[in-house]
Design a protein around this ligand. Structure first.
Ligand code: SF4
Length: 358
């Protein structure tokens, strides 16, 4: 099939030595906002990479810096916000050094983003067809007829029934699930190497959610698209991600492969997130919420930013901030308990309860 998702670019994401190719590398990213409460660091020294064809899940509660990280990568931070430090590399280009014009050439073509609420990113005054066509004509040398054909083909490929009709529809005439598919079709129309999906299924019902996730998986499998999946839904991450980053209060607190994070979370915050997520085979339905809320970024607690909510906090935690440490397993964690190596959080919790006679 010509011009569809499976025909947009090569699947090759592996170099001649068989190693995964790095697609995106974020180094020491700092993004801040000037507010009436002073300077607020929404993203504070965040570093990570995504390989070609990899799905990286970024999880954490609202206000932890997940979306600001993705907006920084896409070059969408506007005043009073700014990327104040660090580097963002897409292959061999450093994005923070590019002009707006240079960045616009990359946006949509090499990296694209889908948002939680498609209505905010779709233009209500333009038909669906015109919105896909606009992206295609901006980045590809195609005749008018080819642009129209490819737009309809993209709608078909994201599972939209009767795409020739929907091509002429306005966003408000479509259901939430259909709008989300249209936004995905627009995002994928030029076969981006990197797709950033910010809570892509939160506003959708379970059936549509499953269809959208399946669609994203197909993209990765067929096109080797790298996906940065931002969500607070750990179930979605378990289904999709290869690796997971857990963010809290503007920083990475844990990073590891998806199996290890689920089996043996290392950071008490990650464990708290796990305990507050429903599990398929948990007959007792023992959900526990994390006490308290994410601190306002304008008023960070001293020491470890999680200490006011942490069941394992000890004296040192309120005084000194732990660094993000690499463990032998390759995982990274920001917690004093792990500075000497890996600790079983469950055992540690039991030990402390016993020590205080709890
Ligand atoms: Fe909890 Fe202390 Fe670890 Fe922070 S450093 S997560 S407060 S145990």
């Amino acid at each position: 099939m010509r011009g569809g998702i499976t025909d947009l670019r090569s699947k090759d994401g592996v170099n001649a030595m068989g190693a995964k190719q790095k697609l995106l590398e974020v180094r020491h990213l700092q993004t801040q906002f000037r507010t009436e409460h002073g300077l607020v660091k929404s993203v504070d020294d965040v570093s990570f990479r995504i390989d070609a064809g990899e799905v990286l899940g970024i999880v954490g509660e609202s206000g932890c810096g997940k979306s600001v990280t993705s907006y920084s990568i896409m070059g969408l931070i506007e005043a009073p916000g700014e990327v104040a430090g660090g580097e963002i590399w897409l292959e061999d280009r450093e994005l923070t050094k590019l002009s707006r014009k240079q960045l616009r050439k990359i946006q949509g073509k090499e990296m694209a983003m889908i948002f939680q609420e498609p209505l905010t990113s779709l233009n209500p005054l333009l038909t669906v067809g015109l919105q896909i066509s606009e992206v295609l004509s901006r980045h590809k040398k195609l005749s008018k007829r080819e642009v129209k054909e490819q737009s309809i083909e993209m709608l078909r490929q994201v599972g939209i029934p009767r795409p020739e009709k929907i091509y002429h529809s306005f966003p408000h005439e479509l259901s939430g699930g259909m709008r989300q598919r249209v936004m995905i079709a627009i995002a994928l129309s030029c076969g981006p190497k990197l797709l950033i999906a910010d809570e892509p299924t939160t506003a959708l019902d379970v059936t549509i959610q499953a269809q959208i996730l399946k669609l994203m998986k197909e993209l990765r499998d067929n096109l080797n698209t790298s996906i940065m999946l931002i969500t607070h839904d750990l179930g979605v991450v378990a289904e999709m991600a290869d690796r997971v980053i857990v963010m809290y209060a503007g920083q990475i607190v844990e990073e590891g492969n998806v199996y290890d994070i689920y089996r043996t979370p290392k950071h008490p915050y990650t464990k708290g997130l796990m305990n507050s997520t429903p599990k398929l085979h948990d007959d007792k339905n023992t959900l526990e919420s994390i006490p308290g809320t994410v601190p306002p970024l304008s008023n960070m607690p001293s020491g470890c930013r999680f200490h006011p909510r942490c069941p394992l906090a000890h004296d040192q935690c309120a005084k000194e901030a732990p660094a993000l440490e690499k463990l032998k397993s390759g995982a990274q964690v920001r917690c004093w308990l792990h500075q000497e190596g890996e600790v079983d959080l469950h055992e540690e919790f039991k030990r402390r309860r016993t020590a205080i006679g709890g």
